[in-house]
Design a protein around this ligand. Structure first.
Ligand SMILES: CC(C)(COP(=O)(O)OP(=O)(O)OC[C@H]1O[C@@H](n2cnc3c(N)ncnc32)[C@H](O)[C@@H]1OP(=O)(O)O)[C@@H](O)C(=O)NCCC(=O)NCCS
Length: 213
């Protein structure tokens, strides 16, 4: 794997740990994110370990429904077709690691009936767009060492495909650049990929996630 890609992965893990304020432990030489969320307690992230090591790493999640193993690779095919032990299931195969050199493009304006709100915490700045009392779209950004990560970007179904996702990303990008960010990195969902590609982000690696059962 080239050095630039290694840096993107390293920055993804660092910005993710920072924005979610999570500790990172190590197992078999790979980082284990202490996620502690409703969906999972831990997430071990490995980068193209090879099928033999991958099969061995599965023991960290086998039988534990709160443990996740994520594989990042240019081609996740070999991992997708590996026979899984009984106590492991494929959780997600739609995510991708994406990155960008940030640009402060003009922010698409909000429709006059929408309002916005900022919430600032230690490591995360959240921007929300509301229609009256109803949340229409929101997203968060965190910056560390010149790299920004974007988290929980979401447009409610009734407001999708009206430009709000692009508005939230452009607004958060300007905010992050104001705090010294020059690059962005994030793990995109299947739907998110469409949005991020449309605003110039580059696909870097596929992500596959497995969970214990
Ligand atoms: C991803 C998401 C935030 C997009 O929000 P949105 O407000 O609908 O996005 P926009 O209207 O600003 O889309 C701008 C452009 O991005 C692209 N795009 C957005 N959603 C897309 C999708 N689901 N599939 C393909 N392209 C998409 C399109 O090019 C779109 O322009 P168009 O509508 O003129 O074709 C929204 O679908 C969502 O909340 N999904 C569920 C949560 C989620 O997956 N969040 C991302 C986490 S990484």
């Amino acid at each position: 794997m080239d050095t630039e890609l290694e840096q993107v992965i390293e920055r993804w893990l660092a910005t993710w740990a920072h924005i979610r304020d999570i500790a990172v432990l190590e197992r078999d030489g790979w980082p284990v994110m202490q996620v502690g969320s409703p969906s999972r307690e831990t997430e071990l992230v490995c980068v193209d370990p090879g099928v033999e090591s991958f099969t061995d790493l599965l023991r960290h999640v086998e039988g534990d429904p709160r443990a996740m193993l994520t594989v990042a690779a240019t081609d996740v095919g070999p991992y997708l077709t590996t026979r899984l032990p009984d106590g492991v299931r494929l959780d997600r195969d739609d995510e991708a690691l994406m990155s960008v050199v940030l640009h402060d493009d003009p922010i698409p304006p909000l429709a006059p009936d929408l309002t916005f709100r900022w919430d600032v915490d230690d490591h995360r700045t959240t921007y929300s767009v509301e229609s009256g009392d109803t949340l229409a779209a929101s997203g968060s950004v965190g910056v560390i060492d010149g790299w920004a990560t974007f988290d929980a970007v979401e447009t409610m179904p009734a407001f999708q495909r009206q430009g709000l996702g692009g508005h939230v990303m452009a607004t958060l990008t300007v905010q992050a650049m104001g705090r010294g960010a020059t690059h962005g990195v994030l793990a995109a969902s299947g739907q998110g990929r469409g949005l991020y590609q449309a605003i110039g982000w580059q696909h870097r690696l596929e992500l596959l996630s497995f969970m214990g059962t």
